[in-house]
Each structure stands twice: as structure tokens, then as C-alpha cells.
Design a protein around this ligand. Structure first.
Ligand SMILES: [Fe+2]
Ligand SMILES: [Fe+2]
Length: 148
């Protein structure tokens, strides 16, 4: 939606970081559940995390991608890295969903553990690079135009 193009980079950063905090909370709940071996609850909370996570990457594509693209000369590199990462993450979620429909919990749990540990690293990298405050800096002139 065109309206999101007018969000200041610092606001985009704040929104995405807040979503990361929500994801981390859901991930740590799920990690506790994995230890409990309550398969029904693991599946329930996994699906909730997957649903939220898909919304999150769609949201990043909607509000973060257009800001990153134009903010500095690394825009295209960061955007193509994001596209590739999101493509891999979507693929992984599809694979895990398939395992669930096949009731293959052993393999699902293993993939889920890998997903959770990879996601932690991916979010840290995203925060250090794409969401770095030195990258998502507000342009005082542009911001002034939009706040009026
Ligand atoms: Fe992302
Ligand atoms: Fe993210």
C-alpha cells in the first residue's frame, strides 16, 4: 500500500523490532513446550508462531523493503538478501506444515528445533544490518514533510 511509503524509517524500525520481540516470546514458549513433549500443544503453538511469522515477513516486505531500497547505496543488496531469506523461510514453513499433515512429528520436531535456532540468528542479523539505527535514519527534511 502506497501509504506505508510515508512511514519514517525510525517508525518502521520500531514496528519491526516490536514484532521481533513478539516472535521471541512465542519462540521461548515453544521451546519450553518442546521439552514437555506435549505434541498437541507443540503443534498448536507452532501453528500460531508460523501464522504470526508469515504476517511478519509480509509486513517487512510491505513497510521495510521500500524504505531499505532507497535509503543508501546498499539498498539493492539488502533487499535481495531479504527476498532470498524470506523465500527460504516460506519454503521451510511449507515443509513443516507438510510434515504436520503427514503426522510425522519426529521429523517435524527436529525441523522445528532447527527453524527456531536459525530464526534467532536471522533476527539478530536483521537487527544488526537492515534494522540498524545507522541504516534506518530519518531524513529531517523528508520527515518534516510528512508530519505536517
Ligand atoms: Fe525478515
Ligand atoms: Fe524480521
Amino acid at each position: 500500500m502506497e501509504v506505508f511509503r510515508s512511514l519514517a524509517p525510525s517508525i518502521v524500525r520500531q514496528i519491526v523490532l516490536e514484532e521481533h520481540a513478539q516472535i521471541r516470546a512465542k519462540m521461548s514458549n515453544l521451546e519450553m513446550l518442546l521439552a514437555s513433549k506435549n505434541e498437541e500443544m507443540i503443534v498448536k503453538f507452532s501453528r500460531e508462531l508460523f501464522y504470526y511469522f508469515i504476517k511478519h515477513i509480509e509486513h517487512e516486505e510491505q513497510i521495510l523493503r521500500p524504505v531499505l531500497k532507497d535509503i543508501d547505496s546498499w539498498g539493492d543488496v539488502r533487499v535481495s538478501r531479504m527476498n532470498k531469506e524470506h523465500q527460504e523461510q516460506r519454503k521451510l514453513l511449507t515443509d513443516m506444515e507438510l510434515l504436520l499433515t503427514q503426522n510425522n512429528f519426529a521429523e517435524f520436531n527436529q525441523k522445528l528445533r532447527d527453524f527456531l535456532s536459525d530464526l534467532k540468528i536471522d533476527m539478530e542479523q536483521e537487527e544488526a544490518d537492515c534494522l540498524n539505527p545507522d541504516v534506518l535514519k530519518d531524513d529531517p527534511i523528508t520527515v518534516g514533510t510528512y508530519t505536517g
